[in-house]
Write a protein that binds this ligand. Structure first.
Ligand code: G6Q
Length: 544
């Protein structure tokens, strides 16, 4: 593939940013705030119901000006337009990238290969609405006539992390008399524990797999079929207890699922960008069609903001640029995502795939190697739990770790003072990271001189505060789209393909080679390296 891409490090804006970085690298947030009493008011943006305070970042107006210049010189606007217009921007897989179409309202159009995809999206959404209403109301019965009470999504990666995260995030809106479980791991423990207390006659499996060939998912799907038939005996039971979400009707049919019970999506929806597609079927059953619609509407609002807002007021663009500033100039290797909302406990895990599978690349669109760092490591845990574990390193360690704090003004479970205490902690952490505690301040607290070095906080540790009103389905849609587009912004500037994932292939191929070597009675001659051979021999000896 030959593509004309800008040589990032040669751009005037990049070089100006390098010079600017060497001037302001030591500048402390204490000084930046002291010099500008309006900073915490000025350096904020509000859009689509999300308030972003980016004042506690190690930036000046000049930093922002140069980062915005970088978007111009690197052609970000054209890349955004290309995505929304359905161009095949996933160049290594020759595919369009249109998760935004999944939340485009009826009546609008996005054309791929001469075909408007929006009506297809709504046909599937309508089919999902009808099916989820029948399951929720008990009209959809199992093989013995009992209503379905348990819904198990079997999928992995993009066909699991979005559904799990969304179910946990929106539990408050879920139909509480239904039980939802998610099986992803090929480790049999995952299946065994998810099903041990369930009655097969009341259990519906959603087999979620874009390709319908993924080893983990197909192994779990076959185990699920055996588990179901062990109780229900007749093969006809499969039709009442299994539905599929896939792009591969042939394999779905071969598995024995009636393709009338298949919910379709398309190759222009990447796995990690698929939670708004039929992959969200479990979410839709859990929260109902209206709430699911609100989730899509929220995401669409953020899509429109990203597509149309000027970059200096554009939330995903600003977040993406701040990430580049730390990743490429300060050399920060990671970013912590810290939701102060228990329902978002799986959000960091979801973001890990979204960000790292998208931007963990070293080859550019033209096939040459990057000369700069790309995607940082994302990680995190909900507050306040993280405060009692790893925050020590963020406050006083030797590494620079920018943080995203995510909080909500209203709690979904208001219990006494809990929410005020939660939010006080979030705000205090951002404040402590930014401003720290000086030796003078420590001494003024009568801390003995010998202890002062241990009790000081240098501060100047950057963070964003992302504040929303309330965790609703719409708010979740906006948050997800915010991060999706921030990942897009970074990938576009780094000139990498954020939508492929070739890095997962080699391990899969090698596993396929090892599988027969671990099977009982196998006499394969082992041809690996000495380490792998010895480990295989040891495993085979012990498992005999
Ligand atoms: C995501 C990846 C990957 C994928 C899984 C499951 O972007 O493509 O995580 O979602 O490997 O694939 P299937 O849905 O095809 O089973």
């Amino acid at each position: 593939m030959t593509t004309n891409i800008p040589q990032l490090t040669q751009l005037a804006a990049w070089q100006a940013l390098e010079a600017h970085y060497s001037k302001i690298r030591e500048l402390h947030l204490r000084k930046l705030f002291a010099d500008d009493p309006q900073r915490g008011i000025r350096m904020t943006v509000e859009a689509a119901g999300i308030y972003l305070d980016y004042s506690k970042h190690r930036i000046t107006d000049e930093t922002l000006r140069l980062l915005l210049q970088l978007t111009e010189e690197s052609g970000l606007r054209a890349r955004i337009d290309a995505m929304f217009q359905g161009e095949k921007i996933n160049v290594t897989e020759k595919r369009a990238v249109l998760h935004v179409a999944l939340r485009t309202p009826k009546g609008q159009s996005i054309v791929v290969d001469g075909e408007d995809v929006v009506p297809q999206v709504h046909t599937v959404l309508d089919k999902m609405a009808d099916f989820s209403t029948r399951v929720r109301s008990g009209v959809w019965k199992g093989h013995t006539g009992k209503p379905i009470r348990n819904i198990i999504n079997i999928g992995i990666g993009g066909s699991d992390l979005g559904p799990v995260m969304a179910y946990e995030a929106l539990r408050q809106y879920s139909q509480r008399d239904l039980t939802f479980r998610f099986i992803s791991n090929i480790d049999g423990t995952d299946f065994a524990e998810a099903t041990r207390d369930l009655d097969a006659a009341e259990t519906l499996f959603i087999i979620s797999s874009k390709t319908f060939t993924t080893l983990e998912t197909m192994t779990n799907a076959h185990t699920a079929r055996d588990w179901t038939l062990k109780t229900l005996k007749e093969a006809a039971a499969v039709a009442r207890h299994f539905v599929a979400v896939s792009t591969n009707a042939g394999e779905v049919g071969r598995f024995g699922i009636d393709t009338a019970n298949m919910f379709e999506f398309w190759d222009w929806v990447g796995g990690r960008y698929s939670m708004n597609s039929a992959i969200g079927l479990s979410t839709r059953i859990a929260i109902g069609p209206d709430n699911f619609r609100a989730l899509l509407d929220g995401a669409h609002q953020m899509d429109e903001h990203f597509r149309t807002a000027p970059f200096e007021r554009n939330l995903p663009v600003l977040m993406g640029l701040l990430g580049i500033w730390y990743n490429n100039f300060f050399g920060a290797e990671t970013l912590a995502v810290l939701p102060y909302e228990q329902y978002l406990k799986r959000f960091p895990a979801y973001l890990q795939q979204l960000t790292m599978e998208s931007n963990g690349k070293r080859i550019m669109l033209d096939g040459t190697e990057v000369k700069y760092q790309t995607g940082p490591i994302y990680w995190g845990e909900p507050g306040t739990n993280g405060q009692h574990s790893f925050y020590q390193l963020i406050h006083q360690g030797t590494k620079l770790i920018p943080c995203d704090f995510i909080g909500f003004v209203q709690s979904l479970n208001s219990l006494g003072r809990h929410h005020d205490l939660l939010m006080a902690n979030m705000l205090a952490q951002a404040e402590a990271l930014a401003f720290g505690k000086t030796p003078q301040e420590a001494l003024a607290e009568s801390i003995p001189a010998w202890l002062v070095p241990h009790r000081c906080f240098e501060g100047n540790r950057p963070s964003s505060v992302i504040l929303l009103e309330r965790l609703t389905p719409a708010a979740l849609g906006k948050l997800v789209a915010l991060y999706e587009h921030s990942v897009f912004t970074q990938g576009a500037i780094w000139s990498i393909d954020s939508f492929d994932q070739w890095g997962v292939e080699l391990g899969k191929a090698l596993a396929a080679r090892i599988i027969p070597e671990l099977e009982k009675g196998s006499n394969c001659q082992l041809m690996h390296d000495s380490s792998t051979n010895t480990l295989i021999e040891r495993y085979n000896r012990s498992s005999e």
